[in-house]
Structure formats: C-alpha cells, structure tokens
Write a protein that binds this ligand. Structure first.
Ligand SMILES: *Cc1c(COP(=O)(O)O)cnc(C)c1O
Length: 400
C-alpha cells in the first residue's frame, strides 16, 4: 500500500504503546502495575453525568453549531472570566473533540512548510507530531530539572529565527508537573511580543495544582499578549471526562473562524450530549467540590511518591506542582547491568522495570528526555506503594 508522506513522517503515540504492552501482560494473567495512565482514575462526577443523561432525555441529540453550542460557549466565556480574568465573545471560542483536536486544528490552519514552531522539552508527546502533520518544523528547546523544566527568556530569544511562528507552552506540564509562575511568564512575554510570536498555551491541567500554586494564563498578562495567544483547554483532565471528548480554544476572531471552517469540513461540531455535560462541568455549583476531592487525593499521592523516591538510590525526582505526573530521573542507574546488557537510556529502564518489577512506566524519550521516565499517579495509593516497593527491590538487583 502506498501511504501519504505526511503519515509516514509521524510516530505512533509511545504512551499508548506502553499501555498496550502492560495490557498484553495482564491478559496473560501477569499482575502488572500500570503507571502509564494519561487520565484521572476517577469517574466523571455525578452532577456532570446527570447533565449528560438529561441532555439525552431532552433530545439534545442533533447536530450542533460547528464551533459549539451557545450554551457551552457561554459557559466557557464565564470560566475564562472567572478563573483567568479573560474576556472573550462567542466568535472567539471553538469547541472541538478534545484539546488534542483543538491543537491539531490550529496547526492545520496556522502553519506551512518552513514554519518553525518552538516546543520546550520535555513536551507532551503529540505536539511535535502534530506540527509535522502540518508540514511545519518542530524546534525543541531543552530544559532540565535545574531550571524546573522551564525555558528562560534568553533561551527563547536565542531560538527565534525569521521563520519562527509560535511557541508552545504547557503549564502545568505533562510530563513533568512543573508550571510557570506569573513572573516567569512575564519575562517570556517580553520576548514573545518583541518577536511577534504566537503562543499556544495548553492549560488543560490548570486546576490540578498543589501547595497553593497559582495558575496564570499568559493571555491574561496584557491585551497585546491576549491577541497573540491561543489558549487551549478542555474537559478531560480537570473534570475526569476523557471519554467525552470535549476540548476548546480561545483566540482572536480571525483564528477561531479559520479553525471553525476546517472543523466544518472535517468532524463538524463535537458530540451534543458531551457538550451539554461540559456546561455543567464548567459552571455547575457542585463541580468545584468535586475537583477539590480529586486534587486532595492527587496531592497525597504526590507526597507519598516524593517520600519514596527520596529513599531509592539512583533515582531523583523534581517535585511536581501540578498535573498527576511525576518524572523521576533514572540516570543514576545508567551503566548498570541487567540481563547481560548495559542500561543506557529510558527505554532500557522501562523494559527492565516491566520485565523485572512488573511495573509499567513511560520512557522519557517519548517526551524528549532520555534520563527520565513518566510515572503517573492517576492510580490508587495501594498501587503506588506496591509499585514503588517493586521498583525499589528490582533496582537493588542491578549490578554495577
Ligand atoms: C491529555 C492532554 C491533552 C488532550 O486531552 P483531550 O482528551 O484531547 O482533551 C492536551 N494536552 C495535554 C498536555 C494533555 O496531557
């Protein structure tokens, strides 16, 4: 079969591959603890489920406006005002089939061959591939634990060329759990405005934050910056609604209208029932309490994990301020022997851990960081403790 050049240039998602491997072992009856989860282990809160049920009963089962129902757009507008101090109108909002779809649409309408898109690493796996699918070029900006996995203004400035079109920010971050403070964003903003870059700000973890950290949307820093920023958000992570497939973006009208045009010739509007449920998720009175319950649980798990990592020789971990991921550094065990082989990178560690410890972590190379692995704490405390016991004992068997 002859396939398009476009599809041949992209990689299948590696995060999905590790879940598939863990699943295959489980089907053989092997007890594997999966830390690969890219979604909350909580179910969708009852008030939101009920809104979906009501939508079915009320026959909200027809096509909707391509860019989203008025009710949902109004709820999104209210959310932006309430949570981010941002004012938008309906023409600036496009609802899509998940935030991933929002990003994909954007890449398709904004970029062409030759355009350079700056992506801080470690990055969410899908950004570079979606940029490539738009024939544009991902330019990776490396960060590590010493800078809290954040880019600096100087680093951003140095990466800019006449071909640079945009920079992608994901705060709080998947996979590191790091997040930019307002002051850090202000420094980046100067470079962004000076070079007339667009910012794609993926804020899907905005409410999963710990220790009183305050989420700031870069779009809220000034009117000028708001013009240059496309904010992406969605229902999946903060409301435990991954399967409902609702994401959205807010942008200047011209961009929103181009995205809507593309969507009109591809998926059309997202699922009508999921849109109705998302209204409840965004502005329902019970939602803040539901989110709070999840965040409290995530924080306990994060704290447990940090205690455990501190006691494991060869492992260190940046303390996440948000999201439900930790991104431990395993480079301390590189060079040790297993199975007659030398462990040299994150793929080797992942293979060793799944074979010897029966725990599934995602190799950091998928996110552009080969010293680390992603361990998701969207799983029970019991799994976390048992999984960490296994990791600790397996690492003890490694020979230097
Ligand atoms: C999960 C995730 C998304 C997309 O989620 P959808 O389910 O498509 O809304 C987008 N960005 C990041 C960083 C994510 O982790």
């Amino acid at each position: 079969m002859k396939f398009s050049q476009r599809i041949q240039k992209v990689q299948p998602s590696m995060t999905l591959a590790i879940s598939a491997k863990a699943q295959a072992l489980k089907e053989q009856g092997i007890d594997v603890i999966g830390f690969g989860a890219g979604e909350p282990d909580f179910d969708t809160p009852d008030n939101i489920k009920q809104a979906g049920i009501d939508a079915i009963q009320n026959n909200e089962t027809h096509y909707t406006i391509v860019s989203g129902t008025h009710a949902l757009k109004d709820a999104i507008i209210e959310k932006f005002k309430r949570d981010n101090g941002l004012t938008y109108d309906r023409k600036q909002i496009v609802v899509s089939c998940g935030a991933k779809h929002s990003f994909y649409n954007l890449a398709q309408v904004l970029w062409d061959e030759g355009d350079e898109i700056l992506i801080p690493s470690p990055y969410w796996v899908s950004y570079p591939d979606m940029v490539i699918l738009a024939n544009a070029k991902p330019v990776i900006l490396n960060t590590d634990e010493s800078s809290g996995f954040k880019i600096t203004a100087e680093q951003l400035q140095q990466a800019v060329t006449p071909k640079t079109r945009a920079v992608i920010l994901n705060s709080p971050s998947n996979p590191t759990g790091s997040a930019y403070t307002k002051q850090e964003l202000e420094k980046l903003a100067e470079v962004i405005l000076k070079n007339k870059l667009l910012v794609i700000s993926d804020e899907i973890y905005e409410k999963i934050i710990f220790d009183g950290f305050e989420h700031c949307s870069i779009a809220s820093l000034s009117e000028e910056l708001k013009q240059n920023t496309i904010v992406i958000n969605g229902a999946s992570k903060c409301f435990a609604m991954t399967g409902w497939r609702i994401g959205y973006l807010a942008a200047q009208e011209e961009i929103a209208s181009a995205v809507s045009k593309l969507q009109g010739q591809s998926t059309s509007g997202p699922n009508s029932i999921a849109q109705a449920a998302s209204v409840e998720a965004l502005i329902g009175e019970k939602t803040p309490g539901e989110i709070q319950k999840m965040v409290v649980e995530f924080k306990k798990r994060r704290d447990t994990l940090m205690d455990r990592y501190a006691k494991i020789e060869g492992v260190s971990c940046y303390q996440p301020v948000g999201s439900f991921y930790s991104f431990p550094d395993f480079s301390g065990v590189f060079g040790r022997q297993w199975n007659g082989k030398t462990i040299e990178g994150s793929l080797d560690v992942a293979e060793f851990l799944i074979e010897e410890a029966k725990v599934a972590l995602v190799p950091g190379i998928a996110f552009g960081a080969d010293n680390n692995l992603r361990l998701s704490f969207a799983t029970s405390m019991e799994n976390i403790n048992e999984g960490l016991n296994r990791i600790e004992s397996a690492l003890h068997t490694l020979r230097s």
